[in-house]
Design a protein around this ligand. Structure first.
Ligand code: CP
Length: 320
């Protein structure tokens, strides 16, 4: 499929067909990761630069693994030891790294919209690896891939997202992504961490496909998927309300919730997890939690993204 977009900035600007294309390609590419030598030469000679202005484990290392599996050269930059410390702007950094030969940038930044800003001026593709509280589109794609693998469908599902919805870029991308694929998203959490009325209109793609509820029990009852979220402490300022203890009491997912859930509700979390806060320790043993499957799928989905943006519409068969 020939991409209509030059950059991957958010789920809001992806069509359902484009999302399906990334998922199909990733499903096919996964096989490469299980080969005795998990490497193909497809992106040899391409230079991918990871600009991470915020901490990351999963996103950063899975993009690096994806690039190395496809034989691209991958350089990672976390701000330290570069001219950012002397006041160089993000845009100047991009222009200079383009001059050095970058073919694609992966950007994580604390400011919502930072990748969108530089994308206007960049000659090469920009992939948003999480911008402030706005979106984390590659996480949503790997979440969709995981659900498709586990349940065989992405439509007519009830998806419950629990936690700090307001500050979670993962929630924002997942809310749009699951609705685009034909499912209904229910969000629940402390009232001041839920979307307000204006934001609700942004998230609601149809009248019936997005619901806000104030009790976790309403969201998780009969849900096909539960996505638990970390409290984004770093974006809250001084006061943490509710405290972690209170949060666990009112919104943490615990064994006592199992009787409300479907027999095989899928449990997801984008990481990092605060065990004992959003998830009781016992939930690690829950047989349908797929948290490490999500991480594994992160590599495949990021391989698909790198291939689509660096090689255009070539199919999986061209990469063998
Ligand atoms: N899911 C996610 O974005 O994790 P990292 O912050 O570790 O990349």
């Amino acid at each position: 499929m020939d991409l209509k977009i030059k950059h991957l900035l958010d789920i809001a600007s992806l069509s359902k067909e484009e999302i399906e294309d990334f998922l199909n390609l990733a499903e096919n590419l996964k096989e490469i990761l299980y080969r005795p030598i998990p490497k193909v030469p497809t992106l040899r000679g391409k230079l991918i630069i990871n600009l991470f202005y915020e901490p990351s484990t999963r996103t950063r290392f899975s993009f690096e693994k994806a690039a190395k599996t496809l034989s691209a050269d991958s350089l990672t930059f976390t701000g330290k030891g570069t001219s950012i410390e002397k006041g160089e702007t993000l845009l100047d950094t991009i222009k200079n790294l383009e001059a050095i030969g970058a073919d694609l940038f992966i950007i994580r930044h604390p400011v919502a919209g930072a990748p969108h800003f530089v994308a206007k001026y960049s000659k090469v593709p920009i992939i948003n690896a999480g911008d402030g509280t706005h979106e984390h589109p590659t996480q949503a794609l790997l979440d969709l891939l995981t659900v498709k693998e586990k349940l065989g469908t992405l439509s007519d599902l009830k998806v419950a997202i629990i936690g700090d919805i307001k500050h979670s870029r993962v929630a924002h991308s997942d809310i749009l992504a699951f609705q685009k694929m034909g499912s209904t998203v229910w969000v629940s959490g402390p009232v001041h961490l839920l979307p307000d009325i204006k934001e609700e209109n942004y998230f609601k793609l149809s009248e019936r496909s997005f619901k806000i509820c104030y009790k976790i029990e309403d969201a998780i009852k009969d849900a096909d998927i539960i996505i638990a979220l970390r409290i984004q402490r770093e974006r809250h300022g001084e006061a943490l309300i509710p405290s972690f203890l209170e949060y666990h009491e009112f919104f943490g997912l615990k064994p006592e919730h199992l009787e409300l859930m479907k027999e095989k509700t899928i449990l997801m979390h984008p990481g990092p997890i605060n065990w004992g806060v959003e998830l009781a320790y016992e939930m690690e043993k829950y047989p349908f939690q797929v948290i490490l499957d999500q991480v594994e799928n992160g590599v495949a989905i990021r391989m698909a993204i790198l291939l689509r943006f660096l090689t255009g519409e070539r199919g999986y068969e061209d990469f063998n």
